[in-house]
Design a protein around this ligand. Structure first.
Ligand code: SF4
Ligand code: SF4
Length: 494
């Protein structure tokens, strides 16, 4: 019997990765076998605290609920700041240590409690995500996270579901960590850049030694303990030309069903430093725009023929949401942003994890309640700027509905007509979104008809079989059956 998979929610995403800064309504990614598609439901439809109400437990509480407060938002918490036990050469977080000279980079217990309490108080949804990342969050030690669970148990409102997530390099994971993750149903993001040679090009330890074998060990431990995890792969100069090798390795050797691919775009500032969103030159480690497009296209072509419904690639899910007319599941592809913020080890809140820079500091949760910072004019403007700064070239683009100019951090090129603000990765995105249009339309239509998007594989296979038959019959001077408009001898008959 053919196994059929269907989406329960195309809004879903699984992990707050440290590179992309997700802005999602819902965390778990659920496909079910042989079930009807359920209506899409966002957490925004399920208010818990009404506007104007201030929960009695709130300390530093605003006098009334801020008008512009979103019903939910994501806060990526960095309890150990930017500190890490690795020295990945492309990591822009490491340079952020300079923002806090002489700091020990450890979130205090008082602040941990304040953070958990304010985060839960600030969400008007029945599901709250507590997202840990770094630097490397496991440097805080397991007891820190055990205490976080105690605070969650103390402050969670009845009926609230708490989702714990952590992005880690896996180096410190052991049985104890994994048992803890399993017990509290953590969703883990594990960083791995592909097979050993590609991974070890940039992901090295403080002594410059390779780390692949340690990350593999972490993946196996997570699997043994049945901890849900996805692999986060950065796409960089070392692996960008090997998309299928990377994809098949993660799928077949690592055995993961959840993947995220994040382009490395390292801007070099005028002072030669890396880490702030300035300058229009990128490092040699960065992926090139066309490489990025080709990377996504190659993996998509494999996925859409073999793996729909069994392997989940975050970028493809986000694209399907756009084609299905649902709100974008990733902030980078939404018209506006501003609901994915970052919390530093000392309580400072920044507009986004990609903008941990003095200019984007909103305040400190020990002085002002988190919801006030999230709802502040500064933060709302930050989010609107994504839309308002979009150049005309993007506004007139055919795939704008899926791209929206991607993340402002990458918008540092000029458009062909000389306007500032074109995304460095534009050529790649344009190629990718154009390439996937037809299969995405098919999957979106299947969803609309309450059918499984995975059926696209059967449809494409049947089409390709027909095409092969037509090729076999075509004469050299006939027009090519692929409808390119060229003669067969100049196209597939070459
Ligand atoms: S700047 Fe906006 S689009 Fe980019 S990662 Fe941050 S929240 Fe998302
Ligand atoms: S593909 Fe390029 S032109 Fe189109 S919206 Fe994206 S960045 Fe703008």
């Amino acid at each position: 019997m053919t196994e059929v998979h269907v989406y329960e929610s195309v809004l879903a995403c699984w992990q707050d990765c440290r590179m992309c800064g997700l802005e999602v309504d819902h965390v778990s990614h659920i496909w079910k076998d042989n079930e009807k598609v359920k209506p899409m439901q966002t957490s925004k439809q399920l208010p818990v605290i009404q506007p104007g109400a201030t929960p009695v437990t709130m300390l530093n509480a605003p006098a009334s609920w801020p008008q512009n407060a979103p019903s939910s938002f994501h806060m990526l918490s960095k309890p150990s700041g930017a500190t890490c036990n690795l020295d990945c050469t492309y990591c822009f977080f490491l340079s952020k240590e300079k923002l806090y000279p002489n700091s020990r980079f450890r979130m205090s217990d008082d602040l941990l409690e304040t953070y958990i309490r304010q985060l839960i108080e600030s969400q008007r949804t029945p599901e709250v995500t507590i997202a840990w990342q770094g630097g490397e969050p496991t440097l805080m030690g397991l007891d820190f996270f055990k205490r976080s669970i105690d605070y969650v148990n103390h402050y969670a409102r009845p009926g609230t579901t708490i989702q714990h997530t952590m992005q880690t390099n896996g180096i410190l994971l052991n049985d104890e960590w994994c048992a803890f993750f399993r017990e509290h149903q953590f969703l883990i993001g594990l960083s791995m850049d592909g097979p050993p040679a590609m991974h070890d090009t940039y992901r090295v330890d403080k002594g410059g030694a390779p780390t692949f074998h340690k990350v593999l060990r972490a993946a196996r431990l997570l699997q043994q303990h049945q901890v849900e995890f996805n692999i986060l792969t950065t796409v960089n100069a070392a692996n960008a030309d090997h998309p299928l090798e990377v994809y098949r390795f993660l799928r077949d050797e690592i055995g993961t069903h959840f993947m995220q691919f994040i382009p490395i775009v390292e801007r070099i500032n005028e002072r030669g430093a890396i880490g702030f969103q300035e300058g229009n030159i990128v490092s040699e480690r960065s992926v090139k725009p066309e490489q990025w497009g080709n990377f996504l296209i190659a993996i998509f072509d494999e996925w859409v023929r073999h793996d729909v419904g069994t392997v989940f690639v975050q970028m493809f899910d986000a694209a399907l949401a756009s084609w299905a007319g649902a709100p974008p599941a990733l902030c980078i592809f939404s018209e506006t942003c501003g609901n994915a913020l970052a919390l530093e080890h000392n309580g400072d809140v920044y507009s986004c994890d990609h903008f941990v820079e003095p200019k984007y500091l909103l305040g400190n949760i020990q002085q002002r309640h988190m919801i006030e910072l999230v709802a502040s004019d500064q933060q709302r403007q930050f989010g609107l700027h994504k839309r308002d700064s979009l150049p005309r070239y993007c506004r007139e683009c055919e795939v704008r509905f899926a791209c929206h100019g991607e993340c402002p951090k990458n918008r540092f090129l000029e458009t062909p007509d000389g306007e500032q603000g074109l995304n460095y990765l534009c050529a790649g995105y344009k190629a990718f979104f154009t390439h996937i249009d037809r299969p995405m339309r098919i999957m979106a239509e299947l969803l609309r008809r309450d059918r499984a998007p995975a059926e696209v594989m059967l449809i494409l296979a049947a089409e390709e079989a027909q095409l092969q038959k037509a090729f076999a019959k075509a004469g050299r001077n006939d027009s090519c059956p692929c409808r390119s408009g060229r003669k067969f001898k100049q196209c597939h008959g070459r």
